[in-house]
Design a protein around this ligand. Structure first.
Ligand code: GTP
Ligand code: NA
Ligand code: MG
Length: 349
């Protein structure tokens, strides 16, 4: 294994946006999964998580990666899916707070809606940088949408002039203008000069796959850049995380699904959970990792038992006494001599 890259942290990417603007379908397209189609009422009700390995990103981006001025060194992306329904503000906040970078999904035809504005305000509060995925471009009248880079499909050879005009109108009226009104400079990503000052908009279709390479290239490139700038690229110390869900599992009893956003979790170490007015300390019996590209909340494959998990990652944890804990609680996974330190940390959160 390449020693130099061993400690690079996998960035956390949170996907936010109004209900039905296509967040889950977009992730399904990237993962080749069918999570959205199996959701009750077509509505996401929980936070999801899945890991996209770097080789998959590189393969999907292809030649487009030459647009990046740097080599990708991150081990992949941990993508967090959130619900867009108005009832789930707390889940959006939890997702937004975890993220190193966010993808704000906006239906380019519908434009900004209440939960789009709410998401922007959450990201502003958390100081989380974001890009906009301007989704459903296949529904722009006359647009000839096809799988692959948007940038190669955005010209007079590929599109009728009326479709190009309609695209520019929707891009401006439905996305750039409302973002300006919220205090953000924004433009089509290929027209952006300074990514630290202007929000990049990447047109996509979750149905045809158009723009997916552009989106992954920008998100991977920006995530790496922002992490490097904040010197948050190395994984160090014990694991810090947050509980997504508490679940009964056959043979394991009560387990938690958690996101580890920093550090390394080891089987046999102590799990410290901050409860509303107590702290639980218990021993980690098993760490189980979902397969790459699998959605944690709706996996195709069995989770794999592992001895160690490095941030950022989604993980299922089995331990005694987990029936006492609830979603949203902060956790630490620590060796014995760090239990007191961890207790103080989770009590402060
Ligand atoms: P919530 O999680 O419930 O907020 O919704 P979501 O943002 O995850 O949207 P979802 O993936 O459930 O998609 C909503 C509907 O839009 C589904 O019927 C999708 O098939 C459809 N859809 C999503 N993306 C596209 C797209 O790019 N083009 C078209 N034509 N339809 C899309
Ligand atoms: Na939906
Ligand atoms: Mg969804």
């Amino acid at each position: 294994k390449d020693n130099k890259n061993q400690n690079l942290r996998c960035p956390i990417v949170c996907v936010l946006g109004h209900v039905d603007h296509g967040k889950t379908t977009l992730l399904d397209k990237i993962r080749k999964t069918r999570v959205a189609k199996r959701e009750a009422g077509g509505i996401t009700q929980h936070i999801g998580a899945s890991e996209i390995p770097i080789d998959v990103i590189k393969r999907l981006c292809g030649d487009l990666l030459k647009m990046l001025k740097a080599d990708l060194k991150i081990p992949g992306l941990l993508v967090i899916d959130t619900p867009g329904h108005e009832a789930f503000t707390s889940l959006r906040k939890r997702g937004g707070a975890l993220a190193d970078i966010a993808i704000l999904v906006v239906d380019i035809n519908e434009g900004f809606k209440p939960q789009t504005v709410e998401a922007v305000n959450i990201l502003r509060q958390c100081k989380t940088p974001f890009v906009v995925a301007a989704n459903k471009i296949d529904l722009i009248p006359g647009w000839n949408s096809k799988e692959g880079p948007f940038i190669l499909n955005f010209n007079e050879k590929a599109q009728h002039p009326n479709a190009l005009t309609e695209f520019e109108i929707r891009l401006y009226e439905n996305i750039i203008k409302p973002l300006n009104e919220l205090g953000f400079d924004a433009d089509l990503y290929s027209r952006v000069q300074d990514v630290t000052k202007t929000v990049c908009i990447i047109p996509v279709s979750a149905v045809t796959g158009e723009g997916v390479p552009d989106l992954l290239m920008m998100v991977a490139g920006l995530a790496q850049k922002f992490l490097e700038d904040r010197l948050k690229l190395n994984v160090e110390g014990y694991a810090k995380g947050t509980i997504l869900e508490v679940k009964e599992e056959k043979g394991l009893g009560t387990t938690i699904d958690a996101i580890i956003y920093d550090g390394i979790a080891k089987r046999g170490d102590y799990l410290v959970v901050g409860l509303p007015d107590d702290v639980l300390v218990t021993r980690v019996k098993a760490l189980l990792k979902p397969k790459p590209l699998d959605e944690m909340r709706d996996p195709r494959d069995k989770f794999k038992p592992v001895n160690e998990v490095t941030a950022a990652a989604g993980v299922k944890i089995a331990a005694p006494e987990l029936d006492k804990v609830i979603a949203g609680c902060p956790i630490r996974i620590v060796p014995k001599d760090k239990i007191e330190e961890a207790k103080e940390e989770v009590m402060r959160e």
